[in-house]
Design a protein around this ligand. Structure first.
Ligand code: NAP
Length: 252
């Protein structure tokens, strides 16, 4: 039977690239985001390559609506096999002293609540069927504090912790959980960045690494290697020393 996948944030960037890969591997994919037109463009691309795709207009910053729409889709298709919570925003990108509560809340609403509202509704069905795969696109920025990333880093660390907690509960229930933690990937989101992005990865290369990790059921997908090595080393430093080092790299 054809496997069915839902990918949020699939109108462009990493989400669209993941959806294209899943369709290539034979999944029937549901592409979700806010802009119907851009979703249709991704859908046409997938269909032109011989895949099967549908669009679902969805604003994950409205979690109740998202939860209801995902639950409805899950029922309609008889159970989604793969759900990738990828939709996300880059956050306020200001130092802590300029971070507003409203800005932080908006980032967390999309990146955390939006992802939870996407993933939680499908877990009971997957557990019942003893099969399924949920994934979230977090970030290496959730592993270590970066400059001017208080809301973004918090949102990604929170989503990573959610995925880790879910994995601990689901590990013997036949449901796979994957935390996708990219470094910098060339997309519209990073095009706005005015600071150095070490080891920037091209979208196609990122999609290949993510797809390979998803296909093999990896628990955590981290890339690129030079950045993951630096971050792992940074995590072992005393916090005060690391704070000073991060501060010295402040872009603003
Ligand atoms: N690019 C990087 O370097 C990088 C690194 C680490 C992690 N990430 C994460 O990867 C994910 C994708 O990033 P990207 O670089 O591909 O960004 P992007 O090119 O800006 O694409 C973001 C996608 O999310 C959708 N989206 C944003 N807000 C949404 C909302 N409220 N409801 C539904 N969809 C929404 C957008 O579609 P609409 O605007 O049409 O809704 C779009 O499809 C994000 O979670 C990001 O944090 C990116």
């Amino acid at each position: 039977m054809t496997k069915k996948a839902l990918v949020t944030g699939a109108s462009r960037g990493i989400g669209a690239a993941i959806a294209r890969k899943l369709a290539k591997r034979g999944y029937e994919v549901w592409l979700a985001a806010r802009s119907a037109q851009a979703l249709e463009a991704t859908q046409k691309e997938i269909e032109a390559a011989g895949g099967r795709a549908h669009t679902l207009v969805l604003d994950v910053s409205r979690p109740e609506e998202t939860e209801a729409k995902v639950a409805e889709l899950d029922r309609e298709v008889g159970g989604l096999d793969m759900v990738v919570a990828n939709a996300g925003i880059g956050g306020s990108q200001v130092p802590a002293a300029q971070q507003t509560f409203a800005g932080a809340r908006a980032t967390l609403e999309t990146n955390v609540m939006g992802a939870l509202a996407t993933l939680l509704p499908v877990i009971p069905g997957m557990v019942e069927r003893k099969s399924g795969h949920i994934a979230g696109v977090t970030s290496l920025a959730g592993e270590i504090p970066l400059p001017a990333a208080v809301d973004y880093g918090t949102s990604k660390a929170a989503l990573s912790f959610f995925l880790a907690s879910a994995a601990a509960d689901l590990v013997s229930r036949g449901v796979l959980v994957t935390d996708i933690r990219p470094g910098f990937v060339r997309t519209d989101l990073t095009a706005k960045n005015r600071f150095p992005m070490p080891f920037l990865v091209e979208l196609d290369d990122a999609a290949e690494l993510i797809d390979r990790g998803l296909a093999s059921g990896k628990r955590v997908i981290r890339f690129p290697a030079p950045l993951t090595t630096a971050i792992s080393a940074g995590r072992m430093m005393p916090a005060g020393l690391r704070d000073r080092l991060v501060n010295s790299k402040r872009p603003i």
